[in-house]
Design a protein around this ligand. Structure first.
Ligand code: SAM
Length: 243
């Protein structure tokens, strides 16, 4: 098969990946938030808090939260007074986010269905671009990075929070076994869907290691790139500037 991409451990066509990723997130949307807590023992909240501290959102800024899903990053940034646009390719995830925003009184957010690879926003529009646990699901990561660069103003900043590979000895083995064996079981119990969670774990394994992903960010044109591993690299914050 020519021009294949990874869908978890499988190689599929680009169209099939986009379709299957869509099906995964439509299936998990309603249980997405409770599953995040169940799988990470609540730690995803701390990682997201740290991520937003790094972004330093400020009043008056326009920030695009790409692959923003149900709004976790957007709500944290909106608390600092920035104007947030939440974009995601999946309307089911955005719908859950819109409901959560109404419940929590976040009424100033813009919700916009968009493919990260082909954004409808003008050039040099945003002060910052964030993407949390989203980029590994994108079919052509290089295209998404090029679009991030295009829509940022000069002086704008790019921040990505994503699972990576932990280098802590001992912990790596425990985590590998936990994620491959237990996460699909938790997915089955909590969300009635083992397969989607199997994909989510496999997609973590297929994602490029930190130095390789940092090089991709540089290749998209970003300068002063940085990687901050969390828990030995289990999760990492990648950042760069458009200068
Ligand atoms: C694991 S969720 C992360 C949601 C949120 N950022 C968070 O941290 O809770 C990944 C999101 O990426 C979105 N996604 C996948 N491919 C995308 C694409 N090509 N463009 C935009 N969003 C995409 C999915 O629909 C899903 O909502």
């Amino acid at each position: 098969m020519s021009d294949t991409v990874s869908f978890g451990y499988e190689e599929v066509s680009a169209e099939e990946k986009e379709h299957r990723v869509g099906a995964v997130f439509s299936s998990v949307a309603r249980k997405y938030d409770v599953m995040n807590d169940a799988m990470s023992a609540g730690m995803h909240r701390l990682w997201k808090d740290k991520f937003v501290r790094r972004v330093k959102p400020r009043e008056g800024e326009q920030i695009l939260d790409m692959a923003g899903g149900t709004g976790d990053i957007a709500f944290r940034m909106a608390e600092h007074g920035a104007s947030i646009t939440v974009s995601d390719i999946n309307q089911d995830m955005l719908d859950v986010g819109i409901e959560r925003a109404m419940e929590r009184g976040f009424d100033g957010l813009v919700w916009s269905r968009q493919n990260a690879e082909e954004l409808a926003f003008p050039d040099r529009f945003f002060d910052a671009y964030t993407i949390a646990f989203g980029i590994r699901n994108v079919t052509h990561i290089d295209k998404a990075l090029a679009e991030a660069f295009r829509v940022l103003k000069y002086g704008g900043r790019f921040f990505c929070l994503e699972f990576s590979t932990t280098e802590w000895p001992g912990f790596k083995e425990v985590y590998d076994s936990y994620s491959h064996k237990l996460v699909p079981k938790i997915g089955q119990m909590v969300a009635g869907d083992a397969e989607s969670y199997r994909y989510l774990i496999e997609s973590i394994r297929r994602f490029p290691p930190m130095p390789e992903f940092e090089a991709m960010i540089r290749n998209a044109g970003f300068k002063h790139t940085k990687v901050e591993p969390i828990m030995g690299g289990l999760v990492a914050i990648h950042s760069g500037w458009k200068v």
